[in-house]
Design a protein around this ligand. Structure first.
Ligand code: ADP
Length: 239
């Protein structure tokens, strides 16, 4: 589904991404890890059209995304979460989901709103387990619930590829577990790429991991393969 080829991003002479090749299959739940400054965010920024690469291609279903505007890439079916929240606190959970769904097809959404809750919103509520909070203002949600709402907001747009930036950062153990289950469930219908540092979380939920270091792919493989690799222990675990 996604093929990154020969990707480089140079900022003022500094190679943030230095010749990355990466393939992600449809239906994968892929984790991206690596120390600070490894290039993870820059890679996601390139895939979503926020940063233009210096060289290389980003093929999504065979189509090169490089040079397309962000909103075009969203329309082609690529969605992402940011580290900063995009939730409207004074709107209810349901209204936030509805608003997110309307970004995809504003006109259809207007018609649907007259008829009640849309299928996409109902699905997002169910997938995220937020049904009982549907009518509460988003401002009262816990940190974890807010993260799930953001993932739900993405799902309403039915992206084929979701990119999530540290979804369990700052979460309690229970919330992490629920997030792991949520990601596993989302990955049944979508392809998901997750930037995540939490090794315990990776051990439980990741099948395929890509380790970035200094703008390059250091190693790719199962969590166990990656953890056992001496280079990873040296650069990432600091051993
Ligand atoms: P990660 O997400 O793995 O922590 P980033 O992709 O954020 O790493 O950053 C990779 C490197 O590129 C870092 O050294 C960072 O300082 C640098 N960098 C990122 N964005 C910019 C920018 N807009 N201008 C200059 N340098 C940048």
């Amino acid at each position: 589904m996604l093929q990154v080829r020969g990707l480089s991003v140079v900022f003022d002479g500094f190679r943030a991404i230095d010749g990355i090749d990466l393939s992600v299959e449809q239906g994968e739940l892929r984790f991206l890890i690596g120390p600070n400054g490894a290039g993870k965010t820059t890679l996601v920024d390139v895939i979503t059209g926020l940063t233009r690469p210096t060289t290389g291609e980003v093929l999504f279903d065979g189509r090169d995304l490089v040079g397309l505007r962000e909103h075009r890439i969203v329309r082609l079916g690529v969605g992402r979460t940011f580290q900063t929240s995009v939730v409207f606190e004074e709107l209810t959970v349901l209204e936030n989901l509805d608003l997110a769904a309307s970004f995809r097809s504003p006109l259809r959404s207007l018609v649907r709103r007259r008829r009640g809750i849309s299928a996409a919103v109902a699905e997002a509520l169910e997938t995220t387990g937020l049904q009982s909070l549907a009518d509460r203002p988003a401002g009262v949600l816990s940190h974890g619930q807010r993260q799930w709402l953001e993932i739900g907001m993405l799902i309403t747009q039915n992206p084929r590829l979701l990119l999530l930036d540290e979804p369990v950062a700052g979460m309690s153990k229970d919330e992490r577990e629920r997030t792991g289950e949520l990601l596993t469930s989302v990955a049944r219908d979508h392809t998901v790429i997750v930037i995540e540092h939490d090794m315990e979380f990776l051990r439980r939920y990741a099948s395929q991991v890509t380790v970035l270091h200094e703008g390059k792919v250091l190693i790719e493989g199962s969590v166990d393969q990656v953890r056992a690799d001496p280079r990873v222990q040296e650069v990432y675990l600091g051993r």
